[in-house]
Ligand binder design. Structure first.
Ligand SMILES: [Fe+2]
Length: 346
């Protein structure tokens, strides 16, 4: 007996359906770009749509952690469908470059408005957005003057008062890499052990959850990225908006090397045959218009010298950013992971 799918009528309908999908795709997009991306922000979909409307180039997204995406690029080699590799961490971009997975921008001039510190010297990657990893505190339970640096969070005065996510997270690994670079491995490991000892609970959840825990009164200080405060403050969820109103930002290390910043950025995949279209997409993301849309919607800081910060970002205040090159974050990643493990920070 023939199964349902083998019956002649069904088979014909399947062929027609496949044909319809192929011709429909052919009609609406002359070409497409495939992104391997660690970015996870809803607003990105709107940007992809806008780019498609303007250029006729549609965007296909494959989302995963940057290490997974890199492993995939390595195993797929020349057969990869990926055209662009995007991360939410500068260390990942540097590692992709050193693994030979990227190619130089066909026209480096598209990144002219990006300062030299926010792009690769060989034009293999460019930052698209910037974020600072800051301290969030409850003004009811912490005086602004009590906070100073990441290092000071190791002090016993914070016992049972801190909330930070897992050490498997790229943002924490890059912060740890920066601390290793600034203070040395032994010092950074001791710091991680002390901060872990000061946490109110084992690391869990994402950056937003750490801010929520401070707002709920469970912890007094959290470490999280700046844009998450914007996302909570503009959330459709009233509880998140209330949480955002209950915390304040402290930019640490202002008296020293500056607050640890990180970038989200991209490079064109070495095996991509669509470098021209990929560069068009990067130029679009670096345009003043889109940089300011990002500042207003994902609340990541613009990276070009011409785009302005949003009003909400301005309300958080100006700060001195650590000028440590992002290549250091990539080079020190493995060491940071090992030291985290040895420190007991899960
Ligand atoms: Fe994020």
């Amino acid at each position: 007996m023939l199964s349902e799918s083998m019956k002649p009528g069904h088979f014909l309908r399947r062929i027609l359906a496949v044909f319809a999908v192929v011709s429909f795709t052919g009609l609406i997009s002359a070409s497409e770009l495939t992104l391997y991306t660690q970015r996870h922000y809803e607003f990105d979909e709107k940007l992809h749509q806008l780019f498609s409307e303007r250029t006729g180039i549609s965007i296909v997204v494959v989302k995963a952690a940057s290490d997974e995406l890199m492993a995939r690029l390595q195993s797929e080699a020349d057969r990869t469908p990926a055209d662009l590799f995007l991360t939410a961490d500068g260390g990942g971009l540097d590692r992709a470059k050193k693994a030979g997975l990227l190619q130089p921008l066909p026209d480096p001039a598209i990144a002219n408005a990006v300062p030299a510190t926010l792009k690769d010297a060989d034009h293999q990657w460019v930052a698209l957005t910037m974020r600072a990893r800051v301290l969030y505190y409850s003004p009811d339970r912490v005086k602004a003057g009590e906070l100073s640096s990441y290092e000071a969070l190791a002090d016993p005065q914070w016992r049972g008062r801190l909330a930070v996510r897992s050490s498997s997270n790229a943002y924490n690994q890059s912060l740890m890499a920066a601390l290793v670079e600034a203070n040395g491995a032994e010092d950074a490991k001791a710091w991680a052990a002390a901060v872990r000892g000061n946490m109110v609970r084992p690391p869990q959840g994402g950056d937003r959850d750490q801010i929520r825990v401070v707002a709920a009164g469970l912890a007094d200080v959290a470490i999280a990225n700046t844009y998450y405060l914007g996302l909570l403050a503009t959330s459709e969820d009233a509880q998140d908006r209330e949480a955002a109103a209950k915390v304040k930002i402290h930019f640490p290390n202002q008296d020293g090397r500056g607050t640890h910043v990180n970038i989200s950025g991209a490079g064109i995949v070495k095996a991509s045959k669509k470098a021209g279209d990929a560069a068009k997409f990067l130029a679009f993301l670096l345009s003043n218009e889109v940089q300011e849309m990002i500042a207003e919607n994902t609340f990541e800081y613009p990276v070009t010298t011409t785009a302005k910060r949003s009003e909400l970002q301005k309300s958080w205040g100006d700060f001195k950013a650590d000028a440590m090159p992002f290549s250091v974050l990539g080079e020190r990643n493995a060491e940071a992971v090992r030291l985290f493990d040895e420190s007991g920070w899960e």
